[in-house]
Design a binder for this molecule. Structure first.
Ligand code: NAP
Length: 302
């Protein structure tokens, strides 16, 4: 039996592990994939205090080593259920089950799909959700990025250094992402902006060859030849497996205040899967600190 199980080894979960270990609690971190979460794919973080520039990979590795160095245990298994038996919570994974007095759900979010036909089939054959992972396959080729948030803007910037041409396709004519990123992108000569438009069809033989794009204002349809399509249309919170213990809002985010408490005593949420106004690295780590502090108080009260 651990004091605290943290589900998810992104910045929120690993920060929670650091705080809980420093408070003397035993901590197990369960993670489905690898440590780091979404931030691991960010090439350059420049808005987190202390380091002016650090890659998402280096940042995540440092936090992981810090948490491990403090004695947090990491197991790479996907948590699929949490059972609440009062003072004991059981976290069921695809392989085992683990018990703890408190659980922090720091599960983050997964890529939102565009929802067009053959999107899943073409992943790895022209369709990607990660520019830093797959961008290098498109050196001197033509790619499109879909989305208008910071991820899409940063992906387009990253790809503009690698690809011959980048189309940035957005369903509106103003960006949700930062003005700084948009201005940097506007200065790039090999980037073409396709505003007020949606990708409606993927045209492929063995691999993606072109995309069909509809202009929402005048209804015109255009086929754009591309070698790659990078989908960056936001994320979907990963709360579905725990919906019986935590209240979700209409978009699937966990309803919990800044104290990270859920409606179930001893179950806390931290990071991007919590309903909040600003999802950034700094707010994710802040959540981790808060959730761990509250979880420690809960464990001490038992
Ligand atoms: P986001 O901010 O939610 O933006 C998603 C974008 O995709 C929006 O522009 C949205 O359009 C568009 N979109 C959503 N569904 C769509 C669909 N079905 N078809 C076409 N377009 C669609 O997501 P994100 O860019 O992944 O960013 C997530 C969070 O991480 C944000 O808070 C962001 O600021 C943060 N982030 C920060 C950094 C950084 O600070 N360096 C880097 C990356 C991400 P509308 O605008 O019309 O809704």
């Amino acid at each position: 039996m651990h004091d605290i199980i943290v589900v998810g080894a992104g910045p929120a979960g690993m920060t929670a592990a650091i705080y809980a270990r420093r408070a003397g609690k035993s901590v197990l971190v369960l993670e489905a994939l690898s440590y780091g979460g979404q931030i691991i794919n960010t090439p350059d973080i420049e808005n987190y205090p202390v380091e002016a520039h650090i890659s998402g990979f280096d940042f995540s590795t440092k936090v992981y080593e810090q948490a491990k160095g403090l004695g947090a245990e990491f197991v790479f298994e996907k948590a699929v259920e949490v059972k609440d038996e009062g003072g004991v919570k059981t976290v069921v994974t695809t392989k085992n089950s683990y018990e703890a007095k408190a659980v922090i759900l720091a599960t983050g979010s997964e890529n939102r799909k565009l929802g067009v036909e053959d999107e899943d089939k073409l992943v790895g054959r022209g369709v990607s959700y990660c520019a830093t992972c797959d961008g290098n396959f498109y050196r001197n080729k033509v790619v499109a990025v879909v989305g208008g948030g910071n991820t899409a803007l940063e992906d387009a910037l990253y790809l503009a250094d690698i690809a011959r041409k980048v189309y940035l396709i957005h369903r509106r004519d103003s960006f949700r992402g930062d003005d700084t990123n948009a201005a940097r992108l506007q200065a790039r000569e090999n980037v073409e902006f396709v505003y007020n438009s949606n990708v409606t069809r993927l045209i492929a033989e063995k691999r993606l060859k072109a995309i069909e794009v509809i202009n929402k204002l005048d209804g015109s349809v255009r086929a754009i030849e591309v070698n790659g399509l990078f989908v960056a249309v936001g994320r979907v919170p990963e709360n579905q497996n725990f919906a019986s213990l935590i209240q979700l809002d209409d978009a699937g985010y966990a309803r919990a205040g800044e104290d990270c408490h859920t409606q179930t005593a001893g179950v806390f949420v931290a990071g991007d899967n919590r309903a909040k106004a600003l999802r950034q690295l700094v707010t994710a780590t802040a959540d981790g600190a808060m959730a761990a502090t509250e979880a420690v108080k809960y464990v001490n009260s038992l």
